[in-house]
Design a protein around this ligand. Structure first.
Ligand code: ADP
Length: 166
């Protein structure tokens, strides 16, 4: 793998252009989300758009997940969702995030047990930047999703570089 990516001082990592067949030796399908997930960044569904924009900056993330008061997944907010709301001219101090978020059951999820390859395919197929990593809680006939992490395109980039450096 080290031949696919090389590093130069002040330039960083770059693709050497060598045979992409070597990518087959990488084991993205053997690595699980549990091995690579990041901490979840969430706001409550009662939070305002202003709070969510502040969280976007302070936590330096591109997607925020929205949880209920008892911590279960309710929705997702992307950069552009928040940008659109900010341009909409309404008072973002008063606007709750649940008005603008993409809500369950439309959220594409992953779990700690899923392979990185399968989760990466979901990111591409559904054209989103991040998936919430959830623990599935079944209670009677009701299924709820506790957010335990996030999996993003940055996780894949980090993994790619780690594998390349090996
Ligand atoms: P952006 O909107 O900044 O380009 P995305 O491509 O990630 O970022 O998001 C596109 C849309 O999909 C947004 O409206 C967002 O609310 C929604 N979204 C983000 N993540 C998910 C997800 N995991 N499942 C379903 N929808 C999502």
């Amino acid at each position: 793998m080290s031949k696919l990516v090389s590093a130069k001082p002040k330039v960083g990592y770059y693709f050497t252009g060598r045979d992409l067949q070597q990518l087959n030796t990488m084991s993205f399908d053997a690595i699980l989300i549990a091995d690579t997930l990041s901490a979840p960044i969430v706001v409550r569904e009662s939070s305002t758009v202003y709070d969510a924009i502040l969280t976007l900056f302070t936590e330096d993330v591109g997607t925020i997940f929205v949880v209920s008061e008892d911590n279960f997944l309710e929705g997702a907010l992307s950069r552009k969702d928040l940008l659109k709301a900010a341009m909409g001219g309404k008072n973002n101090n008063d606007l709750p995030v649940n008005i603008i978020m993409t809500r369950m059951p439309k959220i594409i999820l992953t779990t700690p047990e899923e392979s990185v390859l399968s989760a990466a395919q979901k990111l591409l197929y559904h054209q989103v930047d991040a998936l919430p990593v959830v623990k599935i809680i079944k209670n009677g006939g009701i299924t709820k999703y506790q957010v335990v992490g996030r999996f993003t395109k940055t996780n894949i980039t980090r993994l790619f570089v780690q594998l390349a450096e090996k």
